[in-house]
Design a protein around this ligand. Structure first.
Ligand code: URA
Length: 428
């Protein structure tokens, strides 16, 4: 006869439903049991909904995150001879910061192990962007990750199946049960993967605004605080910047378009907003990693670009290969003269997605050249008839729905908009 289970799933669900707390042992039993198939999907779905309503206290969230980390392997990145530091962004439109930041930090003396994901919805995924480079491959073994970190100092690759497998199963369930939107569940999910990745230090870019996961600033700050606290509790050096995501970052939105803009930025010719956010994050990363290098200099002197080329080549990519170009480019013109007051990040992100840059289901392919180029950004003057946006696509039948997503996304006024800061808050 098998021994009786130490907990009863229904009793734990009811306790959380009624606002009670779960012990560390109960949480670890639930997560282990779920991964092993001993606790059923419907029971975990009910528990997740109870957590959405009732939350988790600090102790519970630490135990929840620890159990997710313990469900798989934790990479050992010791002995590389350089400090390890990574960045995580909660996702935004035109957010190609990682493409610039990872080689930039390597040029500053760090080892950056960025285990990343693919895009879902209107925010793009870093792996999808890099896959527009001919030959580049996202899947590396743990030995390849270590070797590349030791030689180049920079890796961006897919998180392997062995890393936090409980999160993969839980996230898929949250996605179909309306239980994604919970600060403790989001914080635990993100931080478990970063803790398992083995980095010593982590900077979080928590985005807020229309194009962000957390549209309200207070929610973004609460998420940032929760993630910083969790990282600390698990021995990481961690800080967070809350940054604005009301307009796309840079001018390019879409996979190959963003790679091209990242290379321009690494060549010292990046758009001002992208450079500002990248440098703010890279200075945080240098500080956490104890590095005195100046990231702005590494952008200007070509050393970050040299690391980019090495990083791409080490993963089979050809940094000199031409990127795919869309056969169809349609203009969106200004209806009047004035100053572009607003360019809504969500509208542009959804348009790029509908043009083919993003996917609706996990298994869908993405189009490399599809996306939006913002020829005008907020604060810039426009004359009636000027092209404000270019819509790039491989499939002209996608244009009407992309245009529909841009309805109301462009606002032109007589007076320039008030300049708003990009870095809104720092949390450590
Ligand atoms: N990204 C994650 O990795 N997890 C979440 O829960 C939400 C966004």
């Amino acid at each position: 006869m098998s021994p009786a289970a130490p907990f009863d799933a229904v009793e734990l669900i009811c306790r959380k439903r009624d606002g009670g707390e779960l012990s560390d042992q109960a949480i670890s039993w639930l997560i282990e049991g779920y991964l092993a198939g001993a606790v059923a999907d419907e029971q975990v779905a009910a528990l997740l909904m109870a957590i959405v309503w009732r939350g988790l206290c600090h102790r519970e969230l630490e135990a929840w995150t620890r159990a997710i980390v313990a469900s798989g392997e934790r990479l050992d990145l010791g002995g590389l001879g350089r400090p390890t530091v990574d960045k995580h962004s909660t996702g935004g439109v035109g957010d190609k910061v990682s493409l610039v930041l990872v080689p930039l930090l390597a040029a500053c003396g760090a080892a950056v192990p960025q285990l990343s994901g693919r895009g879902l919805g209107h925010t793009g995924g870093t792996l999808d962007k890099l896959e527009s480079i001919p030959g580049w491959r996202a899947n590396l073994t743990n030995d390849e990750i270590r070797a590349q970190l030791a030689s180049v100092g920079a890796v961006i690759c897919a998180a392997g199946a062995g890393l936090a497998p409980a999160d993969r199963k839980l996230y898929a369930l949250r996605d179909v049960t309306g239980t994604v939107e919970s600060i403790p569940l989001i914080a635990g999910s993100i931080m478990a993967k970063k803790i398992a990745e083995g980095t010593d230090a982590l900077v979080l870019d928590v985005k807020t605004g229309t194009g962000a996961f957390m549209a309200a600033r207070d929610d973004a700050v609460a998420l940032a605080r929760t993630m910083v606290g969790l990282g600390r509790a698990h021995g990481l050096s961690v800080s967070a910047l809350v940054t604005a995501m009301d307009a796309p970052l840079g001018r390019a939105v879409g996979n190959a378009l963003e790679v091209a803009e990242a290379v321009e930025t690494l060549s010292g010719r990046g758009p001002a907003d992208l450079v500002e956010v990248t440098l703010a994050l890279s200075r945080e990363m240098c500080a956490l990693a104890g590095l005195s290098a100046d990231p702005a200099r590494a952008l200007e002197d070509g050393s970050a670009l040299a690391r980019w080329r090495e990083m791409i080549a080490a993963q089979g990519g050809d940094p000199d290969a031409p990127l795919a170009r869309a056969p169809h480019v349609a203009p969106v013109r200004a209806g009047r003269s004035g100053v572009l007051a607003r360019l809504d990040a969500r509208g542009v992100g959804v348009a790029a997605w509908r043009l083919g840059a993003g996917r609706a289901r996990k298994e869908d392919p993405v189009s490399a050249p599809a996306g939006v180029v913002c020829l005008r950004k907020p604060g810039e003057a426009v004359a009636a008839g000027d092209v404000v946006l270019e819509l790039h696509t491989e499939d002209v039948t996608r244009l009407p729905r992309a245009l529909a997503a841009l309805e109301g996304a462009i606002e032109i006024t007589d007076a320039p908009p008030q300049a708003a800061p990009l870095v809104l808050e720092r949390i450590d």
